[in-house]
Design a protein around this ligand. Structure first.
Ligand SMILES: C[S@@+](CC[C@H](N)C(=O)[O-])C[C@H]1O[C@@H](n2cnc3c(N)ncnc32)[C@H](O)[C@@H]1O
Ligand SMILES: [Zn+2]
Length: 284
């Protein structure tokens, strides 16, 4: 719940501390900026509106929930939970938390851990709010200053989501860690070929290194690759939760999936990288 993580959050307008008032229905900062807590338990701490940034839609979040519930990505979820928990963090945060599946698995590794799930999408924030009792769900845009106190977070995860390396380092405690999951060029390659999905940018790994250089040092990297036997329903969810869904119609996707064999072997291939935040003086 938000009340578990109030001491980690900051006002997006003036960066001062927030407190819950009116029985937890409103958050207020020292300078009297106020933010309504939604009925579903999340709070929007956007400084203005998110402008052109569009997070995942309700349909995409529903597809993602179905796919992650099916267990096909459990090895990736377990790898993220393991990478985060090695450092025994007391406070964790996920940027672009989506459904909260990854954050919930991280929180399950220790009863003393508390977490913040950030996402710019309200449907995502609603789902994250229900994902685990020891987390607070916040609507925020990673490309704006994050509504989180400087140095408050011991470990941040970023799974298939956009990341703002400078802001994440600001909110990390000294020696805090960042765990980043990125797809390799083999990820879902069979569906990229047969369904014409967007392919993984070949330059992704290089751009990740460039964005982290000078602010973080890599302490670990693991490649996870396995094959999933997916039926049409699972393929529908996998396609429906990804960016390609914005470039096709429901009908054209259904027709293309119906033409596939009943079961398709699909590769999952990701890199899980762990990075330690460097002291500010060493940063760019
Ligand atoms: C590919 S999904 C990954 C979700 C989750 N980490 C997972 O792997 O299941 C990317 C997520 O990032 C969110 N997102 C996109 N742009 C964002 C932004 N500028 N700020 C915060 N979240 C953003 C989307 O709404 C979506 O939930
Ligand atoms: Zn304020």
């Amino acid at each position: 719940m938000l009340s578990d993580v109030m001491d980690l959050l900051a006002c997006p307008h003036c960066t001062s501390d927030l407190e819950a008032i009116e029985d937890g229905r409103v958050l207020r900062c020292d300078r009297a900026h106020t933010f309504d807590v939604a009925r579903q338990g999340y709070v929007s701490l956007l400084a203005g509106n998110a402008g052109k940034i569009v997070g995942d839609s309700a349909e995409m979040i529903e597809a993602r929930s179905k796919f992650l519930d099916s267990g096909h990505f459990d090895r990736i979820i377990a790898a993220v939970a393991a990478a985060m928990s090695v450092h025994d963090p007391a406070t964790v945060l996920e940027v672009g938390a989506g459904t909260g599946h990854y954050l919930a698995a991280v929180l399950e590794t220790s009863e003393r851990m508390r977490g913040v799930g950030l996402d710019v999408s309200k449907p995502a924030a609603r789902t994250v709010a229900r994902a685990h009792p020891r987390l607070g769900s916040v609507v925020a845009d990673v490309w704006q200053p994050l509504p989180v106190r400087t140095g408050a977070i011991d470990a941040v995860s970023c799974v298939f989501s956009p990341r703002n390396a400078a802001e994440l380092r600001r909110i990390l405690a000294p020696d805090g860690i960042l765990v980043v999951v990125t797809p390799t060029a083999h990820h879902q390659q069979e569906l990229i070929e047969t369904l014409g999905l967007l392919s993984v940018d070949e330059d992704k790994a290089r751009r990740l290194e460039e964005s982290l250089a000078g602010r973080y040092e890599q302490t670990d990297t693991t490649r996870i690759e396995f094959t999933m036997a997916l039926d049409h329903a699972s393929i529908g969810s996998l396609v429906g939760m990804g960016p390609s869904v914005r470039h096709s119609t429901d009908a054209s996707r259904r027709t293309a999936i119906a033409a596939l064999p009943d079961t398709v072997e699909v590769t999952a291939s990701v890199t899980v990288g762990t990075y330690r935040a460097l002291a500010a003086s060493a940063a760019l």
